[in-house]
Structures are given as structure tokens and as C-alpha cells.
Design a protein around this ligand. Sequence first.
Ligand code: GLP
Length: 259
Amino acid sequence: MEVVICKTREEASKLAANMITAAVKKNPKLVLGLATGSTPVLMYTEMANAVKAKKVSYRQVKSWNLDEYVGLAGTHDQSYRYFMNENLFKKIDIKLANTHVLNGLAEDVDKECRAYEAQIKKAGGIDIQVLGIGSDGHIAFNEPGTSLKSRTSCVYLTPSTIRDNARLFFKGKEKDVPTRALSMGVGTICEAKKCILLAFGKGKADAIKGCVEGPMSQFCTASALQAHNDCWIFCDEAAASKLKLKKYYAWRSATKLGI
Ligand code: GLP
């Protein structure tokens, strides 16, 4: 696990976007796993800037998103499909037909989840998985108590996640946040060839501590990434503030990145 600690979230977002841009340039048919939430927005803007500057093209890239709320249509302005269209897909040259988000309105959710996993497998697996982290240490919507080998399934959100997600989305109305979601599993995520996790602000400091230095435990599902052999954590100083070895991680990752 490499922990890149930047002074600002802008700097961290730029470095993470550069890593993705370089990978797409190298392999124009890259398979991306994408995440929602407020955290990756700046990185998505940087990725779009690279497309605008004609540094890279996403015409042959395929993407699969981590999760979607149960009960929301993709046209709902709080759905993750809508979020992705607005914050990334409309701003880059990816073909919308090559982008995949779980269907929150699927009648048979198990069938939907099984089909999603089969699609990813058929595409050759995810090359780079983008991740945010919940304040309770979740990745995608894999809440505390979820098996670290879990597969894509219908999951139940904790009251704290509902509260967190209402703060920035759903116009602050907790009662409007769905209580269930379809989510890639921890096991599914860990099969990606590379993972890039972003975390900003002091509200993520405990989660990052658990993810990087905590015991590997289903109580902090991001800690499963400790067993991944190509996982990069891009964070600001506030999110890294509780790490015991932060100076060492910062030096090591900066040396590897040549920055
Ligand atoms: C939701 C998403 C996660 C995301 C988290 C953090 O729970 N399912 O994928 O990482 O929110 O969101 P934010 O980046 O807004 O803090």
C-alpha cells in the first residue's frame, strides 16, 4: 500500500488523475472502476481537462461503477448514474454505452448483481479501481460487518452513512436517503489490478488510520486493501493526520512517484 500525502486535495487529485491519464494513454482500452461521492469530483475535473487538452482519449475505455441506491432511477438527480453522467461522462469522450452503473430499479437484484460481475469478468476485469472511503471506513457501500470476501450484492446502509450522505446530497434530508444499495463486494473490489483511493479532510482521518494501519478487519472494510499489491492512497494532510508512519509513507511514495 502506498500512501501519497499532499498539502492540498487539489494536489492529490491532480496526481491521481495523472496516474489514470498515463494508464489510459498506455492502454486505450483500459477498464476503469469508478466511484461517486464528493471526494473524486476534483480528480474527475482533472481527467476531463486532460481530454480537453487532447492529452488522452476515453473512446475505447469501459467503466463499471461501484454502487447505486436501491429504488432510484438513473434519471433521479441523486442517483449515482446521474452523478457520473454530470461529473465525468459528459465531460470526457467516453461512449455512454461503455459505462455501467448497477440498476437501482432492478426487480431481481440478485440477478442484476450476478450479471454485473459477469460483465466485469467478460471485460477482462478492472484495471484501475477508483475508491473513496466512508467515515466508518467503508469502500463502495460495504459497511462494518461485511465479509472481506463479499461479492456484488444488495446491502444495508448504517445510520452514520445515511447521515454523512445526506449532508452533501439529498438536500440534507436524511429521510430521503435510501436505506439499501447495490454494491460491488469487497472481494470484487480487491480483484482490480490497481486501486486508487482518495480521502480528504479530518473527517476521514480515523477511516484512513483503520484502512492503512488498523488490523485487517470487517469492521473497516477498506482495511482489506492492505492485502492488495498495487493500492495507492492519495490523501491530504488532514486525512493522513492520525497515521503513525505518515512521514515514512510520504517520503516513500514521493520517491516512487518522482515528485
Ligand atoms: C458513499 C459511497 C462511497 C464513498 C462515500 C464517501 O458511501 N458509496 O463510495 O466513498 O460515500 O463519500 P464522500 O466522498 O462524499 O465523503
